[in-house]
Design a protein around this ligand. Structure first.
Ligand SMILES: *[C@@H]1O[C@H](CO)[C@@H](O)[C@H](O)[C@H]1NC(C)=O
Ligand SMILES: *[C@@H]1O[C@H](CO)[C@@H](O)[C@H](O)[C@H]1NC(C)=O
Ligand SMILES: *[C@@H]1O[C@H](CO)[C@@H](O)[C@H](O)[C@H]1NC(C)=O
Ligand SMILES: *[C@@H]1O[C@H](CO)[C@@H](O)[C@H](O)[C@H]1NC(C)=O
Length: 346
């Protein structure tokens, strides 16, 4: 026990000194340790709100999270994200800046970057380079993107950055696990951009996709082709969206949640729109003008659990027991959608 305590004291002292010594002026560095004898640590560096001259910043060894939000940064070029501390960076926050062109090659040294927050910038163009990264989550919400060139995110060459020096790296086990997994973006948030149609994201193994608040008018057939891993899709708050074409969602065989709420011009949804959605559990039609659903909706959506039909009207699938008169005692379960407003049962 005494040894454990002494160990903790030493660890705290080391931690204290290293924090003071290595933190860039104006940034706040915080090291969190986990495990017995603090064998795992997570260094967060918060350099937000320092002003446009912030970058490049030097960051401590083994930094995991770097926050560069609210710095008025216009552009990022060259090798600003390189150097010892960057090798282990898993999360980079560049939100709330003024970036208009994002050249993905600036991230090329961030081999273990998992989360990239670029929300609330002025990005119109995404150019090259994101493809060599391990990136799992990209937040591009509230920018000015008109279209997405698929090459930016796709893996053009399958070579992995295996020649990296991992010797100082306490995240080793995490990294080894990641390296054996396919390289791809799983979560993409494109809320509040200027997309006029669903971007072609074929071949990205996305699981979560948000396209809310874009000026999309029509969701065309096959819009989501190739996205069979998608489990969450949000197409909410699109002021111009009036039509979802039949079979447009067809390939989304693993989709569990579909949010179509706040689409005030969306008035009808044909039965064919729902074809192929065999795993769908939750459907949100709140604040749309869709007045009726296909009568066989429970057959069309065999996994559905709840539908938010209108604002404040939620429906659930329930089983009712029907007694058969002829064969006394035999009963058959029938499924209906029951809504929490009296008198409305579909
Ligand atoms: C992106 O940056 C790289 C490296 O700085 C440069 O070679 C390339 O030309 C840039 N691409 C574009 C489209 O600006
Ligand atoms: C990035 O920074 C912004 C502004 O400080 C914050 O709202 C947001 O949650 C951060 N993103 C992540 C993923 O932590
Ligand atoms: C993306 O960023 C916005 C703004 O910071 C935030 O509200 C949203 O939740 C983020 N999206 C995801 C999927 O985390
Ligand atoms: C449906 O969407 C509305 C509006 O976006 C939201 O307020 C509500 O919580 C959602 N309902 C469910 C059941 O997710």
């Amino acid at each position: 026990m005494a040894i454990v305590m002494a160990g903790t004291v030493v660890a705290l002292l080391v931690l204290f000194f290293s924090t003071v010594k290595t933190c860039y002026p104006g940034c706040r560095c915080e090291e969190q340790s986990f495990g017995m004898f603090s064998s795992f640590s997570l260094t967060k560096v918060d350099c937000s709100r320092l002003g446009p001259s912030t970058i490049p910043v030097s960051i401590p060894f083994k930094t995991s999270l770097l926050d560069l939000s609210f710095n008025g940064i216009h552009s990022i070029e060259g090798t600003v994200f390189s150097g010892p501390g960057y090798t282990t960076l898993s999360s980079l926050n560049l939100s709330n800046n003024l970036i208009s062109v994002m050249n993905g090659s600036v991230f090329s040294k961030l081999h273990y970057l998992e989360m990239l927050d670029l929300s609330w910038n002025s990005i119109q163009d995404l150019v090259e380079g994101f493809s060599g990264l391990l990136l799992a989550e990209v937040n591009l919400s509230h920018n000015r993107i008109h279209e997405i060139n698929l090459d930016v995110f796709c893996v053009q060459n399958h070579g992995r950055p295996l020649s990296i020096d991992l010797s100082y790296n306490l995240l080793n086990s995490v990294i080894r696990r990641k390296l054996s997994q396919p390289l791809n973006i799983q979560s993409l948030d494109l809320t509040g951009n200027e997309l006029i149609s669903v971007p072609n994201l074929r071949d990205i193994s996305l699981r979560f996709l948000t396209l809310d608040d874009n000026p999309i008018l029509v969701i065309h057939e096959q819009s989501f082709a190739g996205l069979k891993n998608l489990i969450y899709l949000s197409l909410s708050s699109m002021p111009e969206l009036h039509t979802i074409k039949p079979q447009s969602l067809q390939e989304l065989q693993n989709l569990q949640v579909l949010d179509l709420s706040n689409n005030i011009k969306l008035k009808t949804l044909s039965a064919e729109v729902f074809s192929g959605l065999t795993a769908l559990q939750e459907l949100n039609l709140s604040n749309c003008w869709v007045m009726s659903l296909p009568a066989n909706i429970l057959q069309l959506l065999p996994s559905i659990k709840s539908i938010a039909l209108r604002e404040g009207v939620n429906c659930w699938r329930i089983r009712t027991q029907k007694q058969f008169q002829i064969h006394v005692g035999q009963s058959k379960a029938e499924e209906v959608l029951k809504c929490d407003v009296t008198g409305v049962i579909l």
